[in-house]
Design a binder for this molecule. Structure first.
Ligand SMILES: Cc1ncc(COP(=O)(O)O)c(C=O)c1O
Length: 462
């Protein structure tokens, strides 16, 4: 009965999303003030506790699941994914080693290989060869792991034993790449300044000619280039780096090429969007977030490597207490060596259930619907007195008024009603308002209302 009541509470929350404001009206500290200063000493009956917790948190929830969600990026999660997470918690598996949960390990390895095939990614990332895929908590972790594996390979095995030494390691990303690259370098002890920002070109992708020059200049200074991070779907505007131009440079210069396709990788489910894969044969690692565009709850990033030994040699240590026959005999995957934490839960269940109950055909249809809705919005916005960013990409539309101040004021007017939430980005020195289209509940009528709200806000500023 307690479980049923919890599911009913979730159902009621979902049903309220159509009408609810996207942003709550809460003052900082208000939720905290309504909580006691200490944990309860005595047990409370579950129904009462459920009532208490839902009334405490729901006024402070943000509409990430709303059909009018257009801020940042989508964070979808359908019922199948929810039930998968429930199974995961219920089974309570800890899949750090094959031996500690053969089901957790083998289902994950196969499910992510299904996804690899669905996305049209090359065989070199297959678990049936020297590569393979693994579920991470986030794209940030995947970037960190790509960088650590790259560093290990470039250091020929010395870094894991002796650390980074006195060399000046450098890596390259575009000036629109996600901040997780800088954080990865900070965590890896290389320093944030070791991440070189390569300017973007007219297509808002990394300029490969400048990349080549920067590598040469760094080598001439005695620095140690070791890593390139390419992006498919920048956070700011969804633009993509051209792997077919960057890949040959990575190969020639012997640099690891990691592809962060956190948001737009999901579009590769549709064969017509696979031009993003031109040059992917040069990539050493590639990741995307089902927890963004697919209806799979956070946390779920899938990270593939072309040679799993590069990753394992960067990450593995073998304390006596984890030794077991299956590992010693070889032939099994111990996913603890593919990630930062030791422990891991059965996240493949939510992916498995989502893939089975949606079907690849429905996932593709929804992605196509989102892309078509964002193209229609861009078309409508082009008819207004604003600039629409080109190239417009997949599920992202960006627009701006005549100058940054007017753009900020327009954004405030759109957001004032709390019916939706549009965030902004700086792209090549100019402020743009972004519309992320990819929430699973969004339909054409919501997009129409959004367009009306934008044009109304524009009129009110004239
Ligand atoms: C392009 C890109 N990379 C990485 C990330 C970070 O994702 P995560 O929250 O999974 O670390 C984001 C946004 O969240 C993103 O847009």
């Amino acid at each position: 009965a307690d479980g049923k009541a919890t599911l009913e509470a979730i159902g009621q929350y979902w049903a309220s999303l159509e009408q609810a404001p996207v942003r709550p009206e809460v003052e900082p500290g208000a939720i905290d003030r309504s909580m006691p200063r200490e944990a309860p000493e005595h047990a409370m009956a579950f129904p009462e506790a459920l009532k208490l917790i839902t009334s405490l948190v729901e006024p402070g929830l943000v509409g990430w699941q709303s059909p009018r969600w257009h801020a940042f990026w989508p964070a979808n999660g359908g019922p199948a994914s929810l039930f998968g997470d429930m199974l995961s918690a219920g089974y309570g598996q800890q899949g750090m080693l094959w031996a500690t949960s053969p089901a957790c390990t083998e289902v994950e390895a196969r499910v992510v290989d299904w996804l690899r095939i669905l996305l049209g990614l090359p065989d070199r990332f297959s678990i049936d060869g020297p590569g393979g895929g693994v579920i991470q908590d986030s794209a940030s972790s995947a970037t960190l792991l790509g960088m650590l594996a790259a560093r290990e390979r470039a250091g020929e095995g010395s870094v894991r034993e002796d650390g980074v030494g006195g060399q000046q390691w450098v890596s390259y990303v575009s000036d629109l790449a996600h901040s997780s690259f800088e954080r990865a370098a900070m965590i890896a002890g290389l320093g944030r300044r070791s991440v070189r920002k390569v300017p973007t070109n007219a297509q808002l992708g990394l300029d490969s000619n400048i990349l080549q020059q920067m590598i040469q200049e760094d080598r001439a200074k005695g620095y140690k280039p070791f890593f390139i991070g390419a992006t498919i779907g920048t956070t700011a505007c969804g633009s993509a780096d051209d792997l077919s131009a960057i890949g040959p440079i990575a190969e020639k210069e012997k640099l690891w090429l990691h592809v962060d396709a956190a948001m737009n990788g999901a579009a590769a489910l549709c064969p017509e969007y696979r031009s993003m894969h031109h040059g992917v044969e040069f990539a050493d690692s590639w990741c995307f977030n089902p927890h963004k565009w697919l209806p799979v709850h956070f946390d779920c990033d899938v990270f593939w490597v072309a040679n799993r030994n590069d990753l394992i040699s960067a990450m593995s240590v073998n304390p006596e207490y984890l030794r077991n026959d299956a590992t010693e005999e070889g032939g099994v995957i111990d996913y603890r060596d593919w990630q930062v934490p030791l422990g891991r839960r059965f996240r493949a269940l939510k992916l498995w259930l989502t893939l089975y109950t949606e079907g690849a055909d429905h996932l593709r249809a929804t992605i196509r619907k989102h892309i078509s809705m964002s193209q229609s919005l861009a078309e409508q916005l082009r008819g207004l007195n604003i600039d629409v960013l080109e190239p417009q990409t997949f599920g992202l539309v960006a627009f701006a008024a005549q100058d940054d101040i007017a753009t900020e004021q327009l954004q405030r007017r759109i957001n004032r009603s709390r019916k939706t939430w549009l965030t902004h980005a700086e792209i090549q020195g100019r402020r743009w308002i972004r519309v992320a289209v990819g929430a699973w509940r969004t339909e054409a009528n919501h997009m129409e209302t959004l367009y009306e709200d934008i044009s109304e806000a524009l009129k009110n500023g004239e």
